[in-house]
Design a protein around this ligand. Sequence first.
Ligand SMILES: Nc1ncnc2c1ncn2[C@@H]1O[C@H](COP(=O)(O)OP(=O)(O)OP(=O)(O)O)[C@@H](O)[C@H]1O
Ligand SMILES: [Mg+2]
Length: 279
Amino acid sequence: MSGPLLKVDNLRVSFPSPDGPTEVVKGVSFAMGRERLGIVGESGSGKSLTGRAILRLIRPPGRVTADRIAFDGTELTGLSGRKMRAIRGARISMVMQDPKFSLNPVMTMGDQIAEALTVHGARMSRAKLRSRVLEMLEKVRINDPERVMQMYPHEVSGGMGQRVMIAMMLIPEPDLLIADEPTSALDVSVEAQVMDLINDLIVQNGMGLILISHDLDLVARYCDHVLVMNAGEVVESFDAVNMAAAQHPYTKGLLAAAPRMNETREFLPVLDRSAWEGT
Ligand SMILES: Nc1ncnc2c1ncn2[C@@H]1O[C@H](COP(=O)(O)OP(=O)(O)OP(=O)(O)O)[C@@H](O)[C@H]1O
Ligand SMILES: [Mg+2]
């Protein structure tokens, strides 16, 4: 592959307000290969909107503009809805932090993973489909995949639900995963397991990862390169190994204030089903 996997130039997101449009993402630019890029910043800094805007998952009246969003040589701005849907899910998957897009409560885990594969038109026999789903559950280190396939979302723990979602995201073999706070609902011990799993799968499959988090420690541990956002802008970027040399006062503040978040969180961040199904 030549050229970057993803190149974003001057990405802007705005919403209407009584005083006219308010810009909340203010000209974000970056380029990445098949590497692990972290986007870090405090709540409201525009991290999630940046991820969603790349996938055109921002609904009106939100407005997105960019000079360029090039994915593997294809310009995504101005792409038809149909072509964009073909890219979402199949080539770029996203785990959303927003809990309202949950696993389908009335569908077994096995059927949901199978659907993630067939929704883009993959045709295969039921037996083949079943073996792919089992194989994927094993990859995400679920011990008893035959049993878990038959289970419904309410029957599994948060950590297991997250593994099933990772299986769903990765079964179409995308080139890029955008993970928006993928572990923020999990205990710290399970968080490390799930992050290690995401990391192993990304590295094994030679994929790109955009990891979105408010946690600079986490991002530095699992990413090659870090972008720091503040108030809609990228204020600093550095290789994770050089984090200690971060210059920007805002980043220094984040570094100083980096206690691990371990208060109880209410929501399980879940897969945005529209990432497969389109909007
Ligand atoms: N639909 C919307 N209408 C108006 N403003 C919005 C909308 N969605 C987000 N915003 C605003 O845009 C800003 C950035 O939001 P975003 O969700 O990207 O933040 P974030 O960095 O992901 O924060 P968090 O860490 O809390 O998830 C916030 O100030 C938010 O209030
Ligand atoms: Mg967010």
